[in-house]
Design a protein around this ligand. Structure first.
Ligand SMILES: [Zn+2]
Ligand SMILES: [Zn+2]
Length: 405
């Protein structure tokens, strides 16, 4: 539940945006002074507002099926999942499609730390709106909506007010695995029949088109779109994309859409032939020392999507003068960062985490207008384990999407 907004007394509401902010401020103030009591008052005050607000029978928490793992990990299985009752600022979404992101796999396999509780991953969610709270202005029942990697943030810090909720100074609430005022106390993601999110964190999607293939834009798309534009992608810019999986293949498409001169760097011989289709002018096998040497010093910008700890130096040496390598695929150690591989050409090593909500909307609108989608392979929930094994074996072109219709 968006306890932050929901704690706002309805009499304070001036406009949707103002009320959202006022609600968040009110909650933070209350939470700081009163601890758990403030949230309890907020919830009680909300019950009647929510009852009036709801379109559809969503006034009570509902139990759905999710697909995830129990505490400690294990094979993916069906798990009953409780979703909160609809609050006045909430949008309830029935999931149609959800991508299988590498971070989902890292999380449920315990590769980014132990699996502490039941975990239903999934943050590339597209579905149909089945309920809206009374104060929701941007969605109606029947609309198509998306949810990416975040479902809440403080809304008041310098980064949130600059549309950079992913860098919320009070900590963003991630779509799964974050402590929050929801049934079970921890957010659960989109490998499930439905999600409920506060309106600000729902993305408007086209009503028609290949919605399943747009789902990966909500994480993989914005994760690569954001650094490309932050580092001023432009026509003719030499861009290298390292790692051609879910993120990388979209990075190639998005850079090519801006007229960049794109080279893809891959460990997979079999992916070289996809270069032209994706929009790359060249493709290089990273294991081919001669080819890597031949491309040294050429790139203005490199987006590295390698999903595990890796040695940076071989890729830094690909950069031209003042070039930047942006690592977006892993929170783990960036190894072997040699000062000399950077200073010789005044190179920069940087990183970037997904994108804000406004930017996520921008990538959806951008790709919708240009008909850019992910290359996907659709699976049913009982095929998730097999799909994970194939992702681990680099055997997917290029994103699995779960069909939950
Ligand atoms: Zn992701
Ligand atoms: Zn914030």
């Amino acid at each position: 539940m968006c306890k932050i907004c929901d704690a706002a007394p309805s009499g304070d509401l001036l406009s949707p945006k103002a009320s959202h902010d006022a609600g968040r401020r009110g909650f933070l103030k209350g939470a700081a002074g009163l601890g758990a009591g403030a949230a309890t008052v907020g919830l009680a005050a909300n019950a009647s507002a929510a009852a009036k607000a709801v379109s559809g029978n969503l006034t009570a928490a509902r139990t759905l099926t999710g697909y995830g793992v129990p505490a400690g990990g294990g094979a993916v299985r069906a798990i009953p999942l409780e979703r909160r009752a609809l609050g006045p600022r909430d949008v309830a979404i029935e999931t149609m499609y959800c991508g299988v992101c590498h971070s989902d796999i890292h999380t449920i396999r315990g590769e980014w730390g132990p699996v502490r509780g039941t975990t239903v991953p999934g943050h590339e969610i597209v579905g149909r709106v089945v309920g809206v709270g009374a104060q929701v202005t941007r969605f109606r029942v029947g609309d198509t909506a998306g949810v990416g990697c975040m479902v809440d943030s403080c809304g008041t810090c310098a980064n949130c007010t600059a549309d950079l909720e992913q860098y919320c100074l009070n900590g963003a609430t991630w779509t799964y695995g974050s402590k929050a005022d929801v049934p079970g106390g921890v957010t659960q993601g989109g490998w499930s029949q439905g999600v409920t999110v506060t309106e600000h964190f729902a993305i408007r999607m086209p009503q028609t088109g290949n919605l399943a293939a747009m789902a990966p834009l909500l994480c993989a798309g914005v994760t690569t779109f954001s650094p490309l534009h932050h580092w001023n992608i432009a026509r003719g810019m030499r861009v290298g994309v390292v790692g051609i999986g879910g993120l990388g293949h979209l990075a190639v498409k998005l850079a090519a859409a801006e007229g960049a001169d794109v080279t893809m760097f891959t460990t997979s011989q079999g992916k070289l032939a996809d270069a032209a289709t994706l929009g790359a002018k060249e493709a290089v096998l990273t294991g081919d020392a001669g080819a890597m040497q031949a491309h040294a010093g050429r790139y203005d910008l490199i987006i590295s999507t390698i999903p595990e700890s890796y040695a940076v130096a071989p890729y830094a040496s690909l950069l031209a003068l003042d070039g930047t390598l942006v690592s977006v695929g892993t929170p783990l150690e960036l190894q072997n960062v040699m000062g000399g591989s950077l200073w010789g050409q005044r190179r920069s090593l940087a990183s970037s985490l997904i994108g804000g909500i406004a930017e996520t909307q921008r990538v959806i609108d951008y790709c919708g207008a240009r008909r850019i989608t992910a290359d996907i392979e659709m699976i049913k929930p009982d095929q998730i384990e097999a799909a994970i094994a194939r992702v681990k074996g680099k055997d997917v072109r290029y994103r699995f999407v779960i069909d939950l219709t």
